[in-house]
Design a protein around this ligand. Structure first.
Ligand code: RNT
Ligand code: ZN
Length: 409
């Protein structure tokens, strides 16, 4: 009997798909792993607080209690998922004792050093939540000038730090901005808050840097911003187009039946690049562990079919504190890669031909046939050539790590 990969390769070849080339593309597509799955978005500040629209539910034992444990856990995660990775950090994970409007680029030297050892590049997020100055529910759009000044200054310093990181690592660092601003109940002066937000952004982005790419992330609603979100999709889309920034689309930040996939080729007519936060919305929560479902596969189909993969940055964003955190992390990474691989293994030229000929039954049937093609054998081959556990092997490794390390915390 032929090995499964040889068989799969042959089967895909019959559809004019070269699986080796496909895996090359996968091997050149980095996924930016968020650091905050490891400690339920706690961060590394001296007096951590929670709140500000973000909440990790659950209390599964073994959470990283400090930055060294977080690094150690991330190293395990990096080991268990194949392919190129970046690591996405938040300002609150820096090593500093000052307030957030005073942080310095050097506070991230530890991360830069660690990333170098791990052969990963870093991305960055300003942290405008879990802080006393964010307790009113408003930051950059606040009506209080001092609150606005504080957060504008924080984001300015974050962009400076991200530029420092980008320069040191020789690869642009994406600086993403998400703010929790909004209201639980009916807001009246929606225009006023949005005007403040626009002015704050104008001040922030007036400084140009050459080693960062700026992305801005919208949301539909959040904890305590159920009725009104200042930084809505329309707000940031307009701002991004007008100012040549990257919109950041988080898969959990839209109406459940709204297709994020469909937005991609619409937006890319107007912005050079965009940023994705791969997540999974479940009812009110936007941050469940991503799985390979219609939502994720459709997003990647869209990127492959439109040949825009190189214009889109793939980052992860979820936090589940109710299951083994390393397991949650790795599940999301591997599922994201599988969704991408599934899209890469599609006979797109053939489907386009059928579409142009008006052969819509054939288009639908061919699409459905893809679902039972042997993609698993191709992914397993990718794992084995990357020296990562094949198939379910990684689950046992997570269990072992839990026994040896996590259960002792
Ligand atoms: C919040 C946004 C944002 C955060 C991270 C921690 O709804 O999705 O991206 O999850 O910055
Ligand atoms: Zn997000």
């Amino acid at each position: 009997m032929q090995p499964p990969y040889t068989q799969a390769k042959q089967q895909y070849k019959e559809q004019n798909i070269n699986t080796d080339e496909t895996l090359q593309t996968l091997a050149h597509t980095p996924i930016s792993i968020h650091c905050w799955q490891g400690d339920d978005v706690t961060g590394n500040e001296p007096n951590p607080t929670t709140g500000g629209g973000i909440l990790a539910t659950g209390n599964y034992p073994g959470k990283a209690r400090n930055i060294n444990e977080l690094w150690m856990d991330l190293e395990k995660v990096i080991e268990l998922a194949p392919g190129p990775k970046r690591v996405n950090i938040h300002a609150m994970y820096g090593e500093y004792t000052v307030d957030r409007d005073k942080i310095q680029p050097e506070s991230f030297d530890g991360w830069i050093e660690w990333a170098k050892q791990q052969k990963v590049k870093l991305d960055f997020n300003a942290t405008l939540f879990a802080h006393p100055q964010a307790e009113t529910g408003f930051t950059l759009s606040s009506k209080d000038p001092e609150t606005r000044r504080f957060w504008v200054e924080h984001v300015k310093r974050c962009r400076e730090a991200a530029d420092y990181i980008g320069r040191k690592q020789g690869s642009p660092c994406i600086h993403n901005l998400w703010i929790p601003d909004g209201m639980k109940d009916t807001a009246i002066d929606k225009y006023g808050y949005r005007k403040h937000l626009k002015e704050s952004l104008d001040t922030i982005y007036a400084t140009k840097y050459s080693h960062i790419k700026d992305s801005i992330e919208s949301k539909l609603f959040g904890l305590a911003s159920e009725s009104y979100v200042v930084g809505s999709h329309d707000f940031y889309l307009g701002y991004a187009i007008q100012n040549n920034l990257l919109p950041c689309l988080d898969l959990g930040h839209y109406h459940p039946t709204e297709s994020v996939a469909d937005k991609i080729t619409a937006i890319l007519q107007y912005t050079p690049e965009l940023m994705l936060h791969i997540s999974r919305g479940v009812r009110w929560d936007s941050d469940h562990v991503p799985i390979m479902n219609d939502q994720t596969t459709e997003v990647f189909h869209e990127l492959i079919r439109s040949k825009t993969l190189d214009r889109v940055h793939i980052a992860l964003d979820y936090f589940d504190a109710s299951i083994n955190r390393i397991g949650a992390w790795v599940t999301g990474i591997r599922s994201t890669q599988k969704a991408l691989l599934y899209a890469l293994l599609e006979p797109t030229p053939e489907l386009i031909k059928l579409e142009e000929q008006g052969k819509y039954f054939e288009r639908l049937a061919l699409l459905e046939e893809q679902k039972t093609m042997p993609m698993g054998a191709v992914y397993d081959h990718y794992c084995s050539t990357n020296n990562v556990p094949v198939g379910t092997g990684w689950i046992r490794e997570v269990q072992e790590y839990e026994k040896q390390v996590l259960s002792k915390r």
